[in-house]
Ligand binder design. Structure first.
Ligand code: DX5
Ligand code: ZN
Length: 231
């Protein structure tokens, strides 16, 4: 096991009980989560509304795990600082959510946070080509953003594999490491497809939170075991 590549599981609290988010985060941490994925939606960039910086700040004392904040809001730039101050560790943005992606990434890094770029299913992979030195994480959407519980779009596996090659080349050329995360429809069947293509971090909403707190440890173990069995 020790020589297996690192796999990070990032449960999305979109699938948690919103009336008990603090408890839910503590339970999913105890169940073996690595990061907490927080989906921020504005009803404009995506057709759903979720949570804002005040909720992120309220959740911050409930866990030491990194907050992996996925911003689905436009324009994104005016909100970056508020989420950074609320306790985000990684702030990931869609290129379509602002006019100057490079500047947005500079802002995030300037606030001392890890910067991520999110690629929608129809967003070309080369969007990241000229910002590789500005990102700590690339998030590949395997559903269209806006809702949990959707079906994994397998056409994105090629994109994940292409990004794996780009990241490996970037690191071989002396660049800093970049996490390759996949978001949407991840379950014990699709997780090995994503990691087989080169992902090293998996967001899981439904698959992590289904069945309530007593099931969380088994849910996370099922994802890790499915990936381990495929390697
Ligand atoms: C969709 C979100 C996802 C979502 C994943 O816009 O970015 O993080 O919560 O949920 P599942 O794992 O249920 O597809
Ligand atoms: Zn997400």
């Amino acid at each position: 096991m020790a020589d297996l590549p690192l796999l990070r599981i990032a449960p999305s609290i979109l699938a948690a009980d919103f009336a008990k988010l603090g408890e839910e985060i503590r339970a999913i941490e105890a169940a073996g989560a690595d990061w907490i994925h927080i989906d921020v939606m504005d009803g404009h960039f995506v057709p759903n509304v979720t949570i804002g910086p005040a909720v992120v700040a309220a959740l911050r004392p409930h866990t030491k795990l990194p907050f992996d904040v996925h911003l689905m809001i436009a324009p994104v730039d005016p909100m970056i600082e508020a989420f950074a101050e609320a306790g985000a560790d990684t702030l990931s943005v869609h290129p379509e959510s602002g006019p100057h992606l490079h500047r947005t990434l500079q802002t995030i890094r300037g606030l001392g946070k890890r910067a991520g770029v999110v690629l929608n299913p129809a967003t070309p992979v080369d969007e990241v080509d000229h910002v590789m030195d500005m990102v700590d994480l690339i998030l590949v959407m395997t559903v269209n953003p806006g809702f949990g519980g959707q079906k994994f779009i397998t056409s994105q596996l090629d994109k994940i594999a292409t990004l794996r090659r780009k990241i490996d080349q970037h690191v071989a050329d002396g660049g800093t490491p970049i996490d390759l995360e996949v978001d949407g429809g991840v379950d014990p069947y699709t997780a090995p497809l994503a990691t087989g293509a080169g992902a090293d971090a998996l967001v899981a909403g439904t698959a992590a939170f289904r069945g309530g707190p007593s099931a969380y440890a088994d849910n996370i173990k099922a994802l890790r075991s499915a990936v381990a069995a495929s390697r």
